[in-house]
Design a protein around this ligand. Structure first.
Ligand code: 4AD
Ligand code: MG
Length: 499
């Protein structure tokens, strides 16, 4: 009798016969041997089938890729095998034979892959990303749980806007118009007045009409909210929180990060204290000569690198044209496709850079910090930077103006390094009834759907605040992904609803 085993546990099971249940992920044949790569979600195992086990040999030799398979055999430690263990196969059966799996080991453009996202998820790269995502979410929950925060769930159907009317998704609700949540925050403030320290974690929705590599229309946000807290408390908490997420990813997902070819050195540098600058200082930095010189230099350097890589591509293409061996052709095709995608994106980025450099130089106090400005700012620091005190016009109605300068609010954005930009937005909240009403009136907001929110300022109001961290942007940064679309199993973007 063999016991069912998961590939991740095989190393401890040497000698006993086990049964693996998974999918055929790859195969090499060498004369009297078939090397079948079987994956089961926990890992990949090289299963060695000898010609003398005739039935198993025949089945493993002809099963199409991505067939579901059940394999019996004895694990053997072998340094040469991927994962360090291989299985000497006694029986190999195909549960369902997959004919013509659409994602072959050859070139596929991003559109093709996105249309086959339900299958693309099976690839080693995608499963690595999803595992890092899992660890980040799990560490985020543990972080707040250990500190005594209470998880409170906030509604997804909401009567009004919290983050600007421009990005609301309306929903028909029994004849009324309501909206999908842009944030749980307003409700979370009510929970904080009941429980002191709370957090929510759920899907949030923004009708972002921008097709950028940072924007989803549906994303997951984890938001703490704290009674009797002021801006410095929030900054300290955000700093400890981010450090914890990076630590967890490095400790628990090193393998996956390596598979993603993430350079670990910049992550290993993440430690408190994070630099803290005000919006006004950020604006001066952007306009300054030092940044200008550095950006121009980086642009030249990246242009030279692009040219060098374009030559490398041409060389690979020549090598491919001359190659006779099928497996080597496949390998080269993959390399060429990846490099081509990479070059295309870098070229587009480089084409935009001169305009960004110019707009940074002309940045005016009062402009919002957009993605491009954030990218430039974060390149000036080797760890996340906390930017505080933005002009009130740039920010949401609920933020509290600074007592010493009412033109700015007591807010913070945390920008991730290496050009990733904002991963956290938060603030101290306006806790004074009259001030909040005046601000809402100034924004032309109808107070009716917010009466309950104003009640929080009528009955035992206290200084309080919180922040929201976008899970997908954090995963993109920690995994070192250029685009946010790979950080969530089924991304919702402007112009993408399938699958
Ligand atoms: O800065 P935002 O809009 O802040 C809020 O929603 C506050 N109510 C949070 C709070 O104080 N409780 O969004 C917070 C974070 C951003 O920093 C970003 O990481 C993420 O949510 N985010 C998005 N992620 C992906 N796609 C989008 N369209 C996003 N919009 C915001
Ligand atoms: Mg924000």
């Amino acid at each position: 009798m063999s016991t069912r085993a998961f590939i991740q546990d095989l190393a401890g099971l040497g000698g006993q016969e086990v049964e693996l249940r998974g999918w055929l992920a790859g195969r090499r044949t060498g004369g009297k041997l078939v090397f079948a790569l079987v994956r089961d979600g926990t890992g990949v195992c090289q299963c060695v089938v000898e010609a003398k086990t005739a039935e198993a040999f025949a089945a493993s030799e002809k099963a199409p890729l991505e067939s579901s398979v059940i394999v019996r055999g004895v694990p053997r430690l072998d340094e040469r095998a991927p994962g360090g263990v291989e299985l000497s196969v006694a029986a190999f059966s195909v549960l369902q034979g997959a004919e013509d799996y659409p994602i072959a080991r050859k070139e596929h453009g991003i559109d093709f892959l996105m249309n086959h996202r339900h299958l693309w998820l099976r690839s080693a790269r995608q499963t690595a990303i999803l595992k890092v995502r899992h660890t980040i979410i799990s560490a985020a929950r543990r972080f707040f749980d250990e500190r005594g925060f209470i998880l409170t769930d906030t509604p997804i159907f909401q009567p009004g806007a919290a983050e600007g009317a421009g990005s609301l998704f309306p929903v028909e609700y029994f004849g009324d118009r309501v909206y999908l949540a842009q944030t749980g925050q307003l409700y979370l403030e009510a929970c904080a007045m009941a429980l002191g320290r709370v957090y929510c974690f759920g899907p949030t929705f923004r009708a972002e009409k921008s097709k950028t590599r940072r924007h989803l229309t549906e994303f997951w946000m984890i938001e703490p909210e704290i009674a009797y807290a002021e801006l410095p408390d929030l900054m300290e908490l955000a700093e400890a929180f981010i450090c914890r997420l990076v630590e967890a990813a490095l400790a628990e997902r090193r393998e996956e990060l390596k598979r993603l070819e993430r350079d670990l050195a910049p992550l290993e540098r993440i430690a408190p204290p994070f630099p803290r600058i005000t919006y006004t200082e950020a604006a001066e930095l952007l306009r300054g000569d030092a940044v200008h010189a550095r950006l121009t230099e980086e642009l030249e350097r990246d242009r030279a690198r692009l040219a060098a890589d374009a030559e490398r591509l041409a060389a690979l293409e020549r090598e491919r044209a001359a190659e006779k061996k099928a497996w080597k052709q496949e390998k080269l095709d993959r390399e060429i496709a990846a490099l081509r995608d990479d070059l295309r994106e870098r070229e587009a980025d480089l084409a935009n850079r001169p305009a960004h450099i110019e707009s940074a130089r002309n940045f005016k106090w009062g402009d919002d910090l957009g993605g491009d400005e954030e990218t430039i700012l974060t390149r000036q620091f080797d760890r996340p930077v906390i930017v505080t005190r933005y002009p009130r016009e740039c920010k949401a109605f609920y933020m509290k103006p600074a007592p010493d300068d009412p033109r700015v609010v007591l807010n913070m954005d945390v920008l991730a390094p290496e050009g990733y930009g904002e991963i956290i937005g938060g603030s101290q909240r306006e806790d004074d009834l009259d001030a909040l009403r005046a601000r809402m009136a100034g924004e032309g907001m109808d107070p009716a759907p917010y009466e309950w929110y104003l009640d929080l300022r009528r009955y035992g109001s206290v200084p309080h605040g919180g922040f929201g961290l976008g899970i997908e942007r954090t995963v993109a940064w920690i995994c070192g992904l250029r685009h946010i679309r790979e950080t969530i199993p089924f991304p919702r973007l402007m112009g993408r609803m399938y699958p």
